[in-house]
Design a binder for this molecule. Sequence first.
Ligand code: MG
Length: 364
Amino acid sequence: MKITLSAIKADIGAVGGHTKPSMEVLNAVKKVVAEKKEILIDSYIGYTGDDIHILMSHVRGPNNPDVHKLAFDAFMEGTAVAKDQGLYGAGQDLLKTAFSGNVRGLGPGSAELEFEERPNEAVLLIPADKTEPGAFNLPLYYAFVEVSRSPGLILSDDMRKGAVFTIMDVSHTEADKVIELKTPEEYIEIASLLFNPHRYVIEKIRSRSNGQDIAAVSTSRLHNISGKYSGKDDPIALVRVQRPFLATEEVGAMFRYAHYVAGDTRGSHNLALMPVPLNTPSSVYYCNPIVSGMYFSMHNGKFTATGDAFADPVFDEVRRLAVTKSFMMRDNGFVMPSMLPMEEIEYTILAEKLKELDRRFTTR
Ligand code: MG
């Protein structure tokens, strides 16, 4: 039986700033999903920072209008509650109020995988907050390309055959502009794009050994959709793990570097990506970017058991590392690279003020 996993997420309002959704908003989202459960096999709802994610299993394929509308309706209902409660940024990711086709282009992010379920299907759901889809570039490159960090690539007969990366140029707004590149032979070309996570983003990774999709990342870019800055699009990823793919811990370990990512307060800074337990609010320390992880088992499309990927003591150390790295970056004050380059803050008031100042320059 071919199963589709759809992970759809949105920020529809948060408590006292961009922190976390209220219980009432979460319950409103859960209620809508529960009422329409005949569309799905199973569902799970959680949050990372101010983003609510809905994970759904079904047999309707990716980009299915019924499944996407279900998530959209749930976010609309949640938005109504968020507005009633006066939550901050109520409905901020819903750029349109009428549903059309699928959630892409409407504001929420989505990552979807369709596959023939293995008897012991194991998957990682990886939502992040206060950053952008390119935040997954480095961990996924390490996991699927960089043998010195990911020795599973030489230990697995299937992984030795390499993978196909689909990479999107998210600066192109007229249509999806994508390229397919193969590991191992095109690793330099892959790195040549992924070095710029603001523009080039991994959308999908497919196995060359069996043709199956292994990983998917949400790639929407809100400010390209809306034409004005409306928050960075906090991403979500799905990664299938265990034989014939990488082990759960081989993927999880790639989040131990607390690498610098764009986002944070006002979407204008670079700070270290901190792995956190599930359902963790955003930090009031400059909204330090966070990533959480849920591993789960599936059988006949049912989520039979789940676990918290980044809750254990190893990741306490990574959290300390992330704090140290973030403090060091903020010690750079307002000077780049602690703040993002001009093209990334194009939608803030600073860009307008610079135009005013530019008029006062004289040449000599
Ligand atoms: Mg967010």
